[in-house]
Design a protein around this ligand. Structure first.
Ligand code: IMP
Ligand code: MG
Length: 191
C-alpha cells in the first residue's frame, strides 16, 4: 500500500522518508469525527471556521460527512516560520465574512503544534461573543505545545516530526498529497 503510493506519487515522494497516514486512514477518521459532530450539533446550526490554506482539504472532507445544516467561513493569518519555530506574532490578513455573535462556532484546524496560532485565533473569536466555541483538529503534535488549547475533536496525535500532505505544506508544496508523509530532513533544511 505505502509502496504503491510512493510509486504513484513519484517524483513528489522522492522528498519523503515515509508515509504515516494513508488516504484510507484519514478518510475513516474523518467519517467518525463527522458523525460525532453531526450528533453533538443537531439543532444548533453551527458555523465551521477554518484558517486558510492548510485546512482546505480537511474542511472539504469533514463538511461532506456532516448530516445537519451547517455554514462555513475562513480567515487567513500570517504565520511564523516552521523552519526556525520563530514565535513571531500572528496577524490576521483576511477576516470572517459571516458575523458569529450568538452562533455556535466550531473552529476547524489542520495541525496544532505550539498552539500559538490557535490561541491567538480563539482569543480573537471569543471577543465576538459566539454562543459556543469548540476546536476540531485533525493532526495534533503535542511535543512542542506552549499554549494550553482546548481540543474537543481530534483526528490523530502525530510525533514530533515535520509532516506534509493533506493540506500541510513545506514552503507551499505537498499540500495536494492525499496522504500524510514524513519530509526528508535534507528537504526540510532546504538542501
Ligand atoms: P502552531 O500551533 O502555532 O505552532 O502552528 C501551527 C502552524 O505551523 C500550522 O498552521 C502549520 O502551518 C505549521 N506547522 C506546524 N507543524 C507542521 C508540520 O508538521 N507540517 C506542516 N506545517 C506545520
Ligand atoms: Mg504552513
Amino acid at each position: 500500500m505505502k509502496n504503491d503510493l510512493m510509486r504513484e506519487f513519484a517524483p513528489i515522494t522522492n522528498d519523503l522518508d515515509d508515509i504515516l497516514l494513508s488516504p484510507d486512514d484519514i478518510y475513516k477518521r474523518v467519517v467518525e469525527i463527522g458523525k460525532e459532530i453531526s450528533r453533538d450539533y443537531l439543532g444548533r446550526n453551527p458555523i465551521f471556521i477554518g484558517v486558510l490554506k492548510g485546512v482546505l482539504f480537511f474542511m472539504a472532507d469533514l463538511l461532506r460527512q456532516i448530516s445537519i445544516p451547517v455554514e462555513m467561513d475562513f480567515i487567513a493569518v500570517s504565520n511564523y516560520s516552521p523552519e526556525t519555530r520563530d514565535l513571531g506574532y500572528v496577524r490576521m490578513v483576511k477576516d470572517l465574512d459571516i458575523p458569529i455573535g450568538d452562533r455556535h462556532v466550531l473552529f476547524v484546524e489542520d495541525v496544532i503544534d505550539t498552539g500559538m496560532t490557535l490561541n491567538y485565533i480563539l482569543q480573537n473569536l471569543i471577543m465576538r461573543q459566539p454562543a459556543s466555541l469548540e476546536v476540531c483538529v485533525l493532526f495534533n503534535k503535542p511535543a512542542h505545545r506552549i499554549m494550553n488549547v482546548p481540543i474537543k475533536y481530534k483526528g490523530f496525535d502525530l510525533p514530533d516530526q515535520f509532516v506534509v500532505g493533506y493540506g500541510l505544506d513545506h514552503r507551499e508544496r505537498y499540500r495536494n498529497l492525499p496522504f500524510v508523509g514524513l519530509l526528508k530532513a535534507s528537504v526540510f533544511r532546504g538542501k
